[in-house]
Write a protein that binds this ligand. Structure first.
Ligand code: NAG
Ligand code: NAG
Length: 378
């Protein structure tokens, strides 16, 4: 609790001193991943009016985001949880790669993911997609938990009942989650240039995978579990599943170029309904490739090789990273260390072993010492 308090104070001071620096202000909400659980007193309606401009939790938000959050009490907790889920999932999915989704110390208007988000490469695309998906996911689930005032379970998924089951119970509110994420996350992207289009596209792609992966979950009722009545509802996927899918889309991401300003708007509009104005289109960089669809991740810039320290993206390089000496993949020492070589150290671990069960009821173990080898890049 104390740590949370101090981190909020520090955040507040940072935003007061760097208030003029509005770069990427709209993505500063990512830093909520680092502040722990926001205080719930934000969520009592009486507290809102006074909190909206002074609450340290809300300082990383833009005015529009603050208004949205205060109009929907309970969402700030879900957003902070979503931000943490996104960071954890990104680091899980990229743990074996050179770029391993490092998180920056916050300060001076720095972005949580660092300067990589100023690029237009695949990693940038993944960050936008996973964070936007996480908000949609977390808010949709919070609706069903009853922890947001302005939404409930989704009872409107009226589909025909099955042969031996009927709709009932509480479905996760993926529609609300998606709409909320659109309003909250996409406000970050102002302007009409190509980078914004890319970010908006990837935001939307992330959200779409959340809803698409919903599955039916059922429960049996009846005498001693006899399942004479079965009710079913729609459940969100585990966020791990969303992460896996977005990682696949990362691997198959489409490189795009700005297309002609088209009057053909049949593809729908990611751009928040700016109708009537000409807008850029995303065209595949290679004309032989198909146009990316709404669930594809898109980028326009090749990634750096992430081998050495690179200040332009605030990346430390792979020196010191652990690698796998027998793997020929990207986690293998050859690729991970970019040919610089690696050092191997042995170390010992003490483990419980030869455990036996003694009647009754005790498990006795010996302590064994094992030697392991750790390889790290030069
Ligand atoms: C719009 O798209 C249709 C079919 O995709 C195409 O036939 C038509 O030429 C396009 N019009 C413009 C103005 O690009
Ligand atoms: C190292 O890579 C090999 C081959 O891919 C794999 O079988 C092994 O489990 C990996 N070791 C670790 C510690 O990940």
């Amino acid at each position: 609790m104390k740590i949370l308090y101090w981190s909020l104070i520090v955040l507040m001071m940072l935003y007061l001193t760097t208030g003029k620096k509005r770069r990427h202000k709209g993505t500063q909400w990512w830093s909520l991943a680092k502040t722990g659980e926001p205080s719930n007193d934000l969520d009592s309606p009486a507290a809102h009016a006074t909190h909206i401009y002074t609450s340290p939790t809300l300082l990383p938000l833009t005015k529009k985001q603050r208004r949205l959050v205060t109009k929907n009490p309970g969402t700030i907790v879900a957003i902070a949880k979503g931000a943490r889920m996104a960071v954890d999932e990104c680091q899980y999915q990229f743990k074996d790669r050179r770029w391993n989704c490092p998180i920056q110390e916050l300060g001076h208007g720095k972005n949580l993911f660092g300067k990589i988000i100023e690029k237009g490469c695949r990693e940038t695309a993944f960050i936008y997609a996973i964070t936007s998906a996480a908000v949609a996911h977390s808010v949709a689930r919070a609706c069903a938990d009853g922890s947001i005032y302005t939404c409930t379970c989704n009872y409107n998924l009226r589909q025909p009942n099955g042969v031996d089951w009927e709709w009932g119970g509480c479905s996760d509110n993926a529609n609300f989650g998606k709409k909320f994420s659109r309003k909250f996350v996409d406000v970050a992207e102002k302007g009409r240039d190509f980078r914004y289009m890319m970010n908006l596209h990837n935001n939307e792609a992330g959200r779409r995978h959340v809803k698409r992966e919903m599955e039916r979950e059922c429960k049996c009722h009846g005498m001693s579990g006899s399942c004479t009545i079965k009710t079913c509802w729609m459940r969100l996927p585990l966020f791990r599943q969303v992460g896996n899918i977005l990682k696949d889309r990362f691997d198959g991401a489409s490189r795009v170029l700005p297309g002609n300003e088209g009057s053909n708007d049949s593809e729908g509009n990611n751009n928040g309904g700016r109708r009537g104005k000409k807008k850029l289109r995303l065209e595949p960089a290679d004309p032989n490739h198909k146009r990316p669809d709404k669930r594809d991740l898109v980028y326009f810039e090749e990634s750096p090789n992430f081998c050495d320290k690179d200040d332009s993206i605030g990346f430390l390089g792979t020196s010191g990273r652990e690698c796998n000496a027998t793997s020929i993949g990207i986690d293998g020492c050859d690729l991970m260390c970019c040919g610089r070589g690696y050092k191997s150290e042995t170390y010992t671990v003490r483990e419980r072993c030869s455990c036996t069960f003694h009647w009754c009821c005790e498990v006795k173990c010996k302590v064994c010492t094992r030697t392991k080898i750790r390889h790290t890049c030069y």
